[in-house]
Design a protein around this ligand. Structure first.
Ligand code: UDP
Length: 325
């Protein structure tokens, strides 16, 4: 029997990698995407439904047509800086869109839901390793909108039996090692692709956002996780739900933090090229350090991230030098 999974945001960076992992695992990913930030050319592993989460009827129609065994919800606005400049959009699109999707799932009898949440729900916690039990205190509208959706899933779980796996991602990076999909954002705001653009001279020097944070070298510390490892965790999360194990939150990171300067140093070694940088001001909404305690995902899902920072930079670099989308 064909098992369809509705993947919202399947034309986006993480969603496209998840679609590949799902297809490999024997599911048919049905990509539901409005292509506002995603790419039609990234939809390679199953059908594309052009639809919008703000339009409930388009969700209902997709669920009726494809009868998915589960929904994976990636579609969202996801830029910290933008969310500080325009918080209303984040509440409207992320929270409003998720509410439409969750209500449509309940109406259609879809009971399994995998949700992309974020370590941005934790806020700034003074150097502690963040795990599933750490209190969430977001300091930007992006994180606040994702926390609201986590709470929404809890409410719908209690009232309607919706079972959810919530993944709190740390900093996702890299590209499919086989080069089928990769990262493309317009505008690009993420550290590793911008850094590689600076290496290649496609853009000016990389601006380091803040050198006066309370970290060892003064720059922000993040926990980078390879997008292919992350995609693998989603298949495991889906199997968890199919195994009837109930709702659960998992943090996804490697447990190792790298400062912005450390990432630059690694890029210099991996590419064997200079990385032009300029020092700039802090970016609004950035926490000093976000490092993941991912024991639960390892223990309960059997997930073990296989690729480190150098592999992320190498795969992202290869992708950025190739045809792209
Ligand atoms: N960063 C930077 N310069 C850039 C982009 C990002 O110094 O041009 C820093 C940013 O302040 C953060 C880290 O790199 O500490 C990762 O940022 P990114 O936007 O990739 O991911 P986020 O942490 O916002 O999810």
């Amino acid at each position: 029997m064909v098992r369809h999974v509705l993947v919202t945001g399947g034309a986006g960076y993480i969603g496209a990698h998840a679609c590949k992992a799902l297809a490999r695992a024997g599911y048919v990913p049905v990509c539901f995407d409005n292509l506002s930030t995603g790419w039609e050319a990234a939809v390679k592993f199953g059908p594309l439904v052009k639809g919008d989460l703000m339009d409930r009827a388009s969700i209902d129609a997709a669920l009726r047509e494809w009868r998915p065994v589960a929904v994976m919800h990636f579609a969202a606005l996801s830029l910290v800086g933008e969310s500080m400049a325009d918080p209303g959009r984040y509440w409207r699109v992320n929270v409003g869109g998720a509410l439409n999707l969750i209500e449509a799932c309940v109406a259609a009898g879809v009971e399994k839901f995998v949700f992309s949440s974020t370590c941005a729900t934790y806020g700034d916690q003074d150097g502690v390793v963040l795990d599933e039990d750490t209190p969430q205190r977001p300091i930007n509208a992006y994180g606040a909108s994702k926390l609201a959706i986590e709470q929404m899933l809890g409410n719908f779980g209690a009232s309607h039996g919706l079972q959810s796996v919530i993944f709190r991602y740390f900093n996702v990076a890299g590209a499919d090692p086989e080069g089928e999909v990769g990262e493309r954002h317009e505008p690009e705001t993420h550290l590793i692709p911008l850094m590689l653009d600076a290496v290649e001279g496609r853009r000016g020097a990389l601006t380091v956002f803040g050198s006066d944070y309370p970290t060892a070298d003064g720059t922000c510390v993040r926990d980078y996780v390879h997008v292919t490892d992350l995609a693998d965790a989603h298949v495991r999360g889906l199997r968890w739900l199919e195994g009837g194990k109930g709702s659960r939150v998992f943090c996804l990171g490697t447990g190792t933090g790298y400062s912005v300067r450390a990432v630059i140093d690694h890029a210099r070694v991996v590419t064997n090229r200079a990385v032009p940088i300029v020092e700039g001001a802090r970016r609004a909404g950035d926490a000093a350090a976000l490092v993941c305690g991912s024991d639960r995902a390892r223990d309960e899902l059997g997930w073990a991230p296989e690729r480190g920072l150098d592999a992320m930079i190498r795969d992202a670099w290869r992708w950025s030098q190739g045809a792209g989308f």
